[in-house]
Design a protein around this ligand. Structure first.
Ligand code: FAD
Length: 307
């Protein structure tokens, strides 16, 4: 019940101002967003990659309102890529981007986002790595898939995300499960209406399995974005049945969630990529993590009361 309320709050400016200014929030936020600057995040990149994990880096931010903020988003990713170049980690560290942080929703925003993300993709390719386009709410997806297709003409390794809760996703998966494509499948983290998305956890999980089957049996590279133990073992079984070797798919989880499982899967010889977010505009990302697990909200509220 709480999830949809928190997701609604994640889009409220008033709540954003309140929560962002709360005195104890930072300490709670750090669990999911372990740094604000590139300098903060480099030691974490070194630590996790040293443990055999792969990473996808997210500079937090979304729903910008001016073109200048789109250029700033591009520059933040370029600064990160400059530092990654020195670390020489190649595809062990890739980037995840949200197109709404690149101005996709502004007037002329599709072109603006494409132009600025393209520069990030070019810089990533120059250091031997790539970019994955995150999936946001369903109204943004046609534009996201069009940008994805455009980028893939020059950079076929550019990835994208699909969300199991949307009715449209089985068809998207069939289209995307082609040679050379990289597709992350997640359950979906936004508040979506019943006209476009399953609302029931059981139905979402069943859709996840159907779509994963399409990806595993296809010719692309599936990226399993989930912490759900049942789905992880089903993914292993489907990969085995499809005759895929361990380097022909990968698991992905979020920083701060089931860290022991990241290490366990990596130790078993799986590719395990940790989605690691950092930056100052953490509100939307943080609220989605609260919505996914009500216990997080209780912890958050307790920490405010005990202050
Ligand atoms: P759930 O059934 O929600 O969780 C399974 C178990 O994992 C829970 O029982 C709990 O133990 C643990 N868990 C899950 N979430 C939390 C949490 N927040 N805090 C603590 N424990 C938790 N969504 C999008 O809409 N677009 C994206 O681009 C996107 N990218 C993602 C990238 C990655 C790598 C991952 C892992 C998720 C991404 N998501 C994205 C979020 C996703 O849609 C889900 O909201 C999220 O992963 C929770 O679903 P689950 O599959 O882990 O299963």
């Amino acid at each position: 019940m709480l999830g949809p309320v928190i997701l609604a709050a994640s889009r409220s400016d008033r709540m954003r101002r309140l929560i962002s200014a709360a005195p104890v929030t930072k300490q709670v936020v750090d669990r999911f967003i372990p740094g604000e600057t590139v300098d903060d995040i480099v030691p974490i990149i070194k630590d996790l990659t040293g443990k055999g994990l792969e990473l996808t880096m997210d500079v937090v931010g979304e729903d910008i309102t001016t073109p200048e903020q789109s250029h700033a988003a591009r520059d933040a990713y370029l600064a990160l890529i400059d530092r990654l170049a020195v670390l020489d980690l190649g595809e062990q560290v890739e980037m995840s981007v949200k197109l709404s942080m690149f101005g996709q929703a502004l007037e002329g925003g599709h072109e603006l986002a494409l132009a600025n993300v393209r520069q990030v993709v070019v810089a990533a390719a120059a250091i031997g790595t790539t970019v994955t386009l995150d999936a946001e709410d369903h109204t943004t997806l046609d534009s996201m898939f069009a940008i994805h297709e455009e980028l893939r003409k020059d950079f076929p390794q550019t990835g994208c995300v699909i969300q199991a809760y949307l009715f449209r996703t089985e068809a998207d998966a069939r289209r995307l499960a082609a040679a050379g494509s990289r597709v992350r499948l997640v359950k979906g983290a936004y508040k979506e209406p019943a006209e476009v998305a399953y609302q029931n956890k059981h139905e979402i999980d069943k859709a996840y399995v159907r779509i994963l089957k399409i990806l595993m049996e296809g010719e692309g590279y599936p990226m399993i974005g989930s912490h759900d133990p049942r789905l992880i073992s089903i993914a292993q079984e489907l990969a085995h049945r499809a005759g895929r070797k361990p380097d022909e798919y990968e698991f992905q989880m979020l920083y701060g969630i089931r860290g022991d499982e990241h290490l366990r899967l990596a130790a078993e010889g799986h590719r395990m990529r940790v989605y690691t977010a950092y930056g100052t505009d953490w509100y939307g990302y943080f609220m989605r993590r609260l919505a996914e697990k009500p216990a997080n909200l209780r912890f958050f509220v307790r920490s405010m009361i005990s202050k």
